[in-house]
Design a protein around this ligand. Structure first.
Ligand SMILES: NC(=O)c1ccc[n+]([C@@H]2O[C@H](COP(=O)([O-])OP(=O)(O)OC[C@H]3O[C@@H](n4cnc5c(N)ncnc54)[C@H](OP(=O)(O)O)[C@@H]3O)[C@@H](O)[C@H]2O)c1
Length: 225
């Protein structure tokens, strides 16, 4: 058995893409990664909001991209490869909530919104960057899901179903990582609410580079206050 690979430098020197980087959580993750010495690539749909990332991580590179559009994501990947080379980490944070009103309230409009944000952007980014994560000697994928997947309610059925799909997709990516050797890991964080947990999430993301992939891959970690 080969020795598990852990870079003694942790995330320092690695290139990490944050997909959906302008929320409080995104900014916290960007600041923590940059503080730990990573090259941060931050993506959002709005240039002005991306300035929030630059305020906490001045050396970060920011990119505007509609991550729900696969053609835009593949163009983004080409740009990032030209400017920074392959990435070592993908932190997927695009989310959003729609729901309420019991089962009758689970509208198609809300489902389309959740599918686009929660599932489509994850499918697009993981497909576009899977080869990078496999080629890196410490590839990492992280998503933030919800504990509502474990205890779905009628009023949150659309949301919990979209999150369950995202978790399943992530485990499929992780299965591919495992089959390709023990260098890459896919990790699901699950929270009830991120409010106040953003620094904890940021620290957990940085720590993904402190443990061997085999110990992390396809784990689901519930973060509680
Ligand atoms: N907030 C919570 O309490 C909570 C609870 C459970 C799970 N989660 C999960 O935790 C993760 C982070 O949560 P969050 O509240 O920080 O997420 P969020 O605000 O819903 O999304 C993160 C960022 O994604 C960007 N974004 C949205 N659509 C995009 C698109 N098409 N292309 C590119 N960027 C796009 C948004 O920035 P721009 O609009 O500036 O582009 C936004 O700042 C999400 O997966 C969420 O579902 C959150």
């Amino acid at each position: 058995m080969p020795e598990p690979v852990v870079d003694p430098a942790g995330v320092a020197g690695h290139t990490v893409l944050i997909a959906g980087a302008t929320s409080t959580a995104g900014v916290a993750v960007a600041a923590a990664l940059a503080g730990a010495g990573a090259q941060v690539l931050a993506v959002g749909s709005d240039a002005e909001r991306l300035e929030r990332v630059i305020e906490v991580a001045p050396d970060a590179s920011v990119y505007v991209c509609d991550l729900a559009d696969y053609a835009q994501v593949t163009a983004l990947a080409a740009t990032l490869h030209a400017e920074h080379g392959p990435i070592d980490g993908l932190v997927h944070l695009v989310g959003g909530w729609r729901g309420g009103g019991g089962l009758d309230g689970q509208t198609d409009t809300d489902w389309d919104f959740l599918h686009e944000r929660v599932v489509q952007t994850l499918r697009n980014t993981t497909r576009a960057f899977n080869a990078d994560l496999l080629a890196s000697f410490t590839g990492r994928l992280a998503i933030v899901s919800s504990v509502s997947v474990d205890a779905p309610t009628p009023g949150g059925a659309n949301y919990a179903s979209a999150k369950a799909a995202a978790e399943t997709w992530t485990r499929a990516v992780g299965h591919g990582f495992a089959k390709s050797g023990d260098t890459a890991a896919a990790v699901i964080f699950a929270v009830r609410s991120l409010d106040g947990l953003e620094p904890r999430l940021a620290a957990e993301v940085v720590a993904l580079w402190d443990a061997p992939a085999a110990a992390l891959n396809n784990t689901r970690r519930i973060l509680t206050p």
